[in-house]
Structures are given as C-alpha cells and as structure tokens.
Design a protein around this ligand. Structure first.
Ligand code: PLP
Length: 387
C-alpha cells in the first residue's frame, strides 16, 4: 500500500526507548543533547519578535515564489555585513534548510542519482534523500590535527550518477569549517566532474575563535547552493525561515533559479507574517549570537577543565558550531554506552553512531545546554568513565 521510500523502521531506537522509560518513571535527566535554543534559558527580546509578526500588511496576499523582496533584501544584507555581495534576486526563501535541501535535490537529481555527503555528519540527510529518491554516497572526513576532507576518497566516490557534493560549513557535529585550501580543491573537483556544490552554513556565525569565516554564498567558480536560515542565525527554529542562495557561472545560475522558482511556486510555503517579520528576526541574531557564543565558550572551558582532571577521555579539536566530541574508551558500542550513561547516571549524550562515525568510541554533547546542567552532566559522565 505504501511507497518503498517510506519503508522506514518506525519503532523507536533503544536509546530513545531508554530515555522514555526513564522519564516515564519520573527520573530527572540531565540533557546534554539539547539543541533547541528556545529551551536553553537564553534571553530573547520577545516583545520585538512578537510585534514584528503583527504587521497589517500581512492581510494582503502577494504570492512571490522566491519570497517577498523585503525579506530577501534583509537576507542579502546579512551577507553584505560579512563582505559578500549577494543579489537578492539570487535568494529563494524556504521554510527550513531541510526544505532547501529538498528543492535542490529535486532540481539536480533524477531518481537514483547520487549526492556526495560527508561522514560523519548530520543524520537528517538520509531521510531527505529517501524522500527525494536520491542516493547518498558518503565521503569521509578524517581526523588528523583537526578534521579534514579526505580528497582521495572523495575522488573515488564520484560516478556518472553523481550530481553534487554537500559541504557543511562548519560541520555538525565535528565543528570543522571548510578551509580555504579545501574550498579551492572542492571547486576544482566540482568543475572537473561537472558537479554542483551544496553548502550548508547554518552554523557559520558560531566560530569559537570569533574570526568570521567566508561564506560560500559568493562562490563563483561552480554552481553553488548555499543554505542557511534563522534557526541558528537568530536562534529561532520555530519561525521557519531559511533560504537558498544560488551563485556561480551566470548562465547556470539563471537556469537554476528559473527552475527553483517553479519548484517554490508549486508549494508557496512561506507565509506572509513571517516574511514581513524577517528583517527584524534577522536583526535578533545580533543580540542572541553573543549570548550563544558566550554559552559555547563557558561550557567548552568547563568541559576542558574537567577533562584535565582525568585521563581516559579526550575532546577532539573543534572550530565552530554547537557541539563537542569526546573520544572515550571502547569497551562496548557507543549506543550501549549512551544507554548505560542514561540508566546509571541519568545523563543524555548522543552516541557517535547517530552521526555515522566510522567506529565506536565517540560521544557528542551539545554546548548550548544551560551551564549548571552541563557542569553536573559532564561530572557524572566523566565520573562514570573514570571509575
Ligand atoms: C548541519 C545542519 N543543517 C541544517 C539543520 C536544520 O536547519 P533548519 O532548522 O533550518 O531545517 C541542522 C539542524 O540542526 C543542522 O545541524
């Protein structure tokens, strides 16, 4: 009765089941996987945010497939502040980065065409690909004095069905940016194989050293789709505003935009109040980002402080984003370890295998957890791992 593409295993995994059991039993759980900024005890200017949604102009229906120009201009302005000149006409609004991926996969791929995606990375890719009948072919990041793209493996992964390469800048959960040298090589690789580049930059503004990294939004060498949105830029995932910036050789960009516009016109998924509020919501990034960056640095410093007091676990280097990676002794699978930590010390951390790590021995913690919970959670985890 149902399509093969929806043949997912619908039962919860063992980790989720263990969490449910614990919560149902009324046990307090320290959540070191928290990635929802609206639940991270941050101060939002709720008056400004809610007032922006109350705009009388929202009574007019003005269907614009790429999104209202005022909202696209605000997005172009966000890039201009980072010294990248982005034409509002090259921007198309979507309700989420995930929707942006779907549009781009739809634009580029016939059924069973291939997209090269980095590994380890964000687990949602698998579902996005299933839904668009696209095959994901992984290329590895390797850890050697920081995370790097394994270019020889990338070259081996390409086939005549490959349509694009995904780069996540910085990647979730490795926290590694695409370096300038890697960017050049990626461009070269895409040119050589006639591929597009898809750059996911939702965490671009969260560099731990405070040094801004260049966006791909102005990348001109190859056809590039840069995805980002308010969920991380302004810490407002509930507002559902994201975008695709198309850049590259003019003829290709014009052709891509024409087609993307028809995809977007088919759904017209952006609503009026949110588009009218987008300039104000983007501005909120200026007040929420310093709070989040402060939170990331506080938690990272606390993690490092506690790590110096023991010997069994290490933190992997990271440059940006909201997560930290712990290398832990391999005495069992990461999933078993995470379940044990949940049952024995009531702390939620993600096992590496959720993000397709090539081997066991990795745990992931969110760095936006409120510091009190973070400190106590790390104490319990390290205590358990250093008996
Ligand atoms: C790398 C990456 N891309 C995209 C997203 C999703 O963004 P959005 O809320 O805009 O769909 C996430 C969410 O955590 C993410 O980690």
């Amino acid at each position: 009765m149902f399509s093969k593409r929806t043949n997912w295993k619908l039962t919860p995994n063992r980790f989720t089941e263990a969490e449910r059991e614990l919560r149902a039993a009324g046990r307090e759980v320290l959540d070191l996987t928290l990635c929802n900024p609206t639940r991270a005890e941050l101060h939002y200017d709720s008056d400004a945010i809610l007032q922006a949604l109350n705009n009388p102009k929202a009574m007019d229906y003005d269907p614009q497939p790429k999104g209202l120009l005022s909202a696209r201009e605000a997005v172009a302005n966000y890039y201009r502040k980072q010294h990248d000149d982005v034409d509002p006409e090259s921007i198309l609004l979507t309700t989420s980065t995930s929707e942006g991926y779907s549009y781009v996969f739809r634009l580029l791929c016939n059924p069973d065409d291939e997209i090269l995606v980095l590994k380890p990375s964000y687990p949602l890719f698998d579902f996005l690909a299933d839904l668009q009948d696209v095959k994901l072919v992984p290329y590895p990041l390797i850890y050697d004095h920081g995370w790097q793209i394994d270019f020889p493996s990338l070259s081996k992964a390409v086939s005549d069905r490959t349509r694009a390469v995904v780069a996540v800048h910085p990647n979730n959960p490795t926290g590694s940016f695409v370096s300038n040298a890697e960017r050049q090589k990626l461009n070269q690789f895409c040119r050589q194989h006639n591929l597009s580049l898809i750059a996911d930059e939702v965490f671009l503004d969260y560099a731990h050293d405070g040094a801004p990294r260049p966006s791909f939004a102005a990348n001109q060498d190859v056809l590039t789709f840069t995805l980002s949105g308010l969920s991380k830029i302004s810490g407002l995932p509930q507002m559902k505003v994201a975008w695709i910036v198309s850049s590259g050789p003019t003829d290709k960009v014009t052709a891509a935009l024409g087609r993307l516009e028809i995809i977007a016109d088919t759904y017209l998924s952006m609503n009026a109040p949110i588009q009218l509020a987008t300039p104000v919501l983007l501005e909120q990034g200026k007040s929420i980002q310093p709070l989040l960056l402060d939170r990331l640095r506080t938690n990272l410093a606390e993690l490092d402080r506690q790590l110096t007091l023991q010997k069994t676990c290490q933190r992997l280097q990271l440059e940006g984003g909201w997560y930290a990676l712990l290398r832990v002794p391999v005495t069992q699978s990461d999933e078993d370890l995470a379940i044990e930590l949940l049952r024995e010390v009531s702390v939620l951390v993600h096992p590496g295998h959720f993000y397709d790590f090539p081997s066991d021995g990795y745990l992931i913690t969110s760095l936006i957890t409120p510091p009190k919970d973070f400190r106590a959670g790390v104490e319990r985890v390290l205590g358990r791992l250093n008996p």
